[in-house]
Design a protein around this ligand. Structure first.
Ligand SMILES: Cc1ncc(COP(=O)(O)O)c(C=O)c1O
Length: 361
């Protein structure tokens, strides 16, 4: 071992990201409800656009993503020049952290916040500062109290993963207003489309110069396997982020599928409507069985059992039945299981196993 070769400060602090399980020994037809994927898959138009792109694999993709940015601008009513696209929204979050935080800086995350935030902070050499939540809800006052002269970024997912809860828009506005002007507030809208009537943070980006919104094609658009996300902010910030972005970060196949997906507004609406219907059904049934469950604004619910031991036992029972959900002890929620909202059959199958576990007919 050559002791002279050392990674940059912070890199060895990174705890590797743990993704939802996807395989179960002894089961061929696993029901995967562990990664918040869209049970209906992507729009057929997105699949067709992806297949068509196969004819041009020898060509480099466009570096400016202009067609996709225009489509996003049209559908969401945004200025395409203030949009940046990335390899999943993870990459856009990385651009922000790499560009605005460095050694000695602090990055605020919250108690049950998405685990990529501390990873990205460490990767930039910055220190992640974890702020307590209040009953699984992000606490704006606690965040403001944690701000120091070293704070550079605050990360909030709204709706949040893995809790599914939301911060009210007025509280977000207060946070954006009261943060020092040099602190960037990242509003991660990976699940924004599942929260009816929510704009994902667009209005706050328009109102405040230090707010960045990120969005993804992995959830409502069912394109998690393709890795496409985007961000929206004031022009000066997008200009900075584009400087650290690799010119060919997205392939034509990714962009073509994403453009077709975002333009298929009817299909997007269908996915949101079905999700809301089965999410509420799942939650109500869990509550009736005595399982705690906050109102969720995303495409999953967080089931709270009596203890970590009970959550583990339910997880085992689900696995025996060929169902994968997400254990969230790593998110400081050991008594909980995060269950992606599937289609009707998937929801009924999960509920059947939990009911049997609890001895309910
Ligand atoms: C809160 C949150 N943000 C961002 C992401 C990253 O999504 P992607 O990189 O697939 O766009 C996820 C994925 O699970 C998420 O839950």
């Amino acid at each position: 071992m050559n002791d002279a070769i050392r990674p940059q400060p912070g890199i060895l602090e990174i705890a590797l990201y743990v993704s939802g399980e996807s395989k179960l020994a002894g089961h061929d037809d696993v029901l995967k409800l562990s990664s918040n994927e869209n049970p209906y898959g992507p729009s057929p138009r997105a699949k067709a656009a992806f297949a068509e792109a196969a004819g041009n694999l020898h060509r480099y993709p466009s570096t400016d993503h202009v067609a996709l940015r225009r489509a996003l601008g049209e559908i969401h009513g945004l200025d395409p020049d203030r949009i940046i696209c990335g390899v999943g929204s993870d990459e856009v979050l990385q651009f922000v952290t790499q560009s605005y935080a460095g050694p000695g800086d602090e990055v605020i995350t919250t108690e049950h916040g998405f685990s990529m935030y501390p990873i990205l902070a460490h990767a930039a050499g910055a220190v992640p500062v974890e702020v307590a939540e209040r009953e699984r809800r992000v606490d704006v006052d606690a965040i403001l109290a944690a701000v120091t002269a070293r704070t550079r970024i605050v990360f909030i997912a709204n709706p949040a993963n893995p809790t599914g809860t939301m911060v009210a828009e007025d509280d977000l506005r207060r946070l954006a207003r009261d943060l020092p002007g040099a602190v960037i507030l990242v509003l991660d809208g990976a699940y924004a489309e599942f929260a009816e009537g929510f704009d994902g943070g667009v209005s706050l980006v328009e109102e405040f110069p230090n707010v960045v919104m990120t969005r993804t094609f992995s959830k409502i658009h069912g394109l998690g396997g393709l890795r496409i996300g985007w961000g929206y902010a004031r022009r000066e910030i997008i200009d900075v982020l584009n400087r650290v972005r690799q010119p060919f970060n997205l392939s034509e196949a990714q962009m073509a599928a994403a453009e077709a997906a975002v333009r298929d507004v009817e299909y997007t609406r269908f996915c949101a409507t079905e999700n809301a219907r089965w999410r509420d059904f799942l939650r109500q049934a869990l509550v009736q069985m005595g399982v705690g469950c906050d109102e969720s604004f995303a495409n999953f619910v967080l089931a709270r059992f009596a203890s970590a031991a009970e959550a583990d036992a339910v997880d085992r029972a689900l696995k025996e039945a060929g169902i994968l959900v997400r254990k969230v002890a790593g998110y400081k929620l050991p008594e909980c299981l995060r269950i992606t909202v599937g289609d009707e059959a998937a929801c009924r199958r999960v509920l059947g196993v939990i009911a049997a576990f609890k001895g309910i007919r």
